[in-house]
Design a protein around this ligand. Structure first.
Ligand code: HEM
Length: 321
């Protein structure tokens, strides 16, 4: 009886492993080789012309990619607009993403549709545009597996607890990332995305009361000048030395107690993440390699493949609506 139970458990486990590897193997860099052979060049040229006109585009598009994956998987659910019947993810306060990021995806989708109608998912366009954002600002270039399909649901209520808030401690960050299948190395590498872009004062001004031992006091004085009123929407660069350069200076900021968000600085405080911060601060090559690996991993969270989901006609609406 005992042996039978062990056998059933083993077979069950093997089937589960087989199922997960099938999902992964359905994503492939050549997924659109026949259905849209020029996909990468269409995405790249459209992206570059948009990003060159507006420097909000790259940081906000990369952040949108992360938010898509962390809520219900990388399935384009972040892109859906709310209707009178449905409050969508996008409108949950924890998202608070600039409209430029959504417009970027919609513009790329339009360009792709005119060459390859009905072939390419919005979820894949989000992944490719996020990669373009990294590349456009000098970060690593890599191949990303494709073949994601688009969700047919997007609920504002699903956002709760899935997007890390800027007041979390190291343990909480580690466990939130673990709940997405991402380990400590992914957490430290992906947080390096904060080498670009900006944060509103209200995300960190609770740290400006002089009580935070891990905040450089000169930096605090400077930030008080940039954020004179508590809770404001003024913006400050996450990595002030190069807000539009994808490099490893973010990690040196942390070594100098100049991590803007509490969650940034937590990586240099927590014993499980501190060594990696030091390694990435010392070697941009090592950071880029780790970022590339973790980026592909992040973009495989909860993907829909095969006949699941749909290929949306436009990214902000389900086909059935
Ligand atoms: C580790 C947990 C994380 C926390 C707590 C966090 C939190 C935040 C916050 C509060 C902002 C400022 C938003 C605003 O005020 O508008 C921000 C910006 C940003 N985040 Fe994160 N984030 C995290 C991880 C990530 C990851 C994994 C990525 C991508 C791989 C990412 C990419 C970005 C980018 C590019 C910006 C700048 C956006 C812009 O300038 O429009 N973040 N993040």
């Amino acid at each position: 009886m005992q042996i039978q139970r062990v056998l059933i458990l083993r077979v069950g486990l093997l089937l589960l492993l087989h199922y997960t590897s099938c999902i992964k193997s359905q994503l492939s860099p050549n997924f659109y080789a026949n259905s849209c052979p020029n996909l990468l060049s269409i995405v790249s040229s459209t992206y570059q012309s948009l990003a060159a006109r507006d420097n909000v585009v790259s940081p906000s598009t990369l952040r949108l990619g992360m938010h898509d994956c962390f809520i219900q998987g990388c399935d384009g659910s972040i892109l859906i607009s709310s209707t009178t019947r449905n409050a969508a993810e996008k409108d949950n306060m924890d998202n608070d993403l600039p409209q430029q990021a959504f417009d970027t995806i919609e513009n790329i989708k339009r360009a792709v549709e005119s060459s390859c109608p009905g072939a390419v998912s919005c979820a894949d366009i989000v992944a490719l545009a996020s990669l373009e954002a990294v590349r456009f600002l000098g970060g690593p270039s890599l191949q990303i597996p494709l073949g994601r399909r688009d969700s047919q649901t997007s609920l504002a209520a699903n956002v709760n607890g899935n997007i890390p808030r800027s007041n979390l401690g190291g343990d909480q960050l580690i466990s939130l990332f673990a709940s997405k299948g991402l380990d400590v190395s992914d957490l430290v590498a992906l947080s390096g995305a904060h080498t670009i872009g900006f944060s509103k004062c209200r995300q960190f001004d609770f740290r400006l009361n002089g009580q935070d031992p891990f905040y450089d006091q000169q930096f605090v004085a400077q930030l008080k000048g940039q954020c004179p009123l508590r809770g404001s929407s003024n913006v400050v660069a996450l990595d002030p030395s190069s807000p539009f350069g994808f490099d490893n200076s973010y990690y040196r900021d942390l070594q100098n107690n100049r991590g803007l968000l509490l969650t940034d600085q937590a990586l240099f405080v927590h014993p499980q993440t501190k060594d990696l911060v030091n390694q990435f601060a010392a070697s941009q090559t090592q950071f880029f390699q780790a970022f590339a690996t973790s980026f592909v991993k992040m973009f495989s969270i909860g993907v829909l493949t095969g006949t699941n989901g749909e290929i949306r006609n436009v990214c902000n609406r389900f086909n059935a609506s």
